[in-house]
Design a protein around this ligand. Structure first.
Ligand code: SF4
Ligand code: SF4
Length: 174
C-alpha cells in the first residue's frame, strides 16, 4: 500500500510541473545577478586616499586552510608596511572567505566574479598586479589607519594628516 502511495505522490509531483512554463537561463548571454556576499575572485583593495590597504601582516595567509596565499612584507621610506609581492593560487583556493574575515585593513575581499576558468592551472596563480584594484571594493570609505593610527619615521600614532588619535582602550573598562 505504501508503495502505491509513493508512486502516486511521485506522479503527482511530476504532473505538477508538466504544464508549467520552463525556466531556462541562457548563460553566458544572461548572467543572473548574484548576491553581494557571493564568494569568488579575490581582490586587493585600496584606501579612499588611493594607498594600498594591505600591510603584509600575514593574517590572511595564516588563516587560509589550504595555504594558497603567500607574500613578502616590506616597508616604504616612511616606515609603512606593504606587500612587496602577493600571490594567491586560485587552483587551490576553496573560496571560504576566511582571509577576508581575518584581514584587519579590509584589503583582501572576495567578489562575485566567478568567471576565472583556465585550461592551464598555472594561469590560476595570480600575482599582486593581477589582484590589486584601484578602488575600495565593497567598503569604499574604511581607512584602517584613520582609526588605528600608525608609527612611521615621520610621526607617531594619530599624528599624521587626517589621522585621529588612537582610542585608549583602558577608557572602555567598566
Ligand atoms: S578564500 Fe579561503 S581558501 Fe581562498 S584564499 Fe581565502 S582563506 Fe584561502
Ligand atoms: S590582505 Fe589583509 S590580512 Fe592579508 S596580509 Fe594584507 S593586511 Fe594582512
Amino acid at each position: 500500500m505504501n508503495m502505491i502511495i509513493s508512486i502516486i505522490k511521485g506522479f503527482y509531483t511530476t504532473g505538477k510541473h508538466l504544464f508549467q512554463k520552463p525556466v531556462t537561463e541562457e548563460y553566458p548571454e544572461y548572467k543572473r545577478p548574484l548576491p553581494e556576499r557571493s564568494r569568488a575572485r579575490i581582490i586587493l583593495t585600496r584606501d579612499p586616499d588611493g594607498r594600498e590597504r594591505c600591510v603584509a601582516c600575514y593574517l590572511c595567509s595564516g588563516v587560509c586552510p589550504v595555504n594558497c596565499i603567500s607574500m613578502q612584507a616590506s616597508e616604504d621610506p616612511t616606515g609603512r608596511r606593504y606587500a612587496e609581492w602577493f600571490r594567491i593560487n586560485f587552483g587551490r583556493c576553496i573560496f571560504c572567505g576566511l582571509c577576508e574575515q581575518a584581514c584587519p585593513t579590509s584589503a583582501i575581499q572576495l567578489t562575485s566574479n566567478f568567471e576565472n576558468i583556465q585550461r592551464d592551472i598555472l594561469k590560476l596563480v595570480f600575482e599582486k598586479e593581477d589582484l590589486l584594484v584601484d578602488h575600495g571594493g565593497r567598503d569604499k570609505t574604511y581607512n584602517f589607519y584613520q582609526h588605528a593610527g600608525i608609527v612611521t619615521k615621520l610621526a607617531g600614532k594619530g599624528e599624521h594628516a587626517k589621522e585621529t588619535p588612537p582610542v585608549n582602550i583602558k577608557t572602555n573598562l567598566p
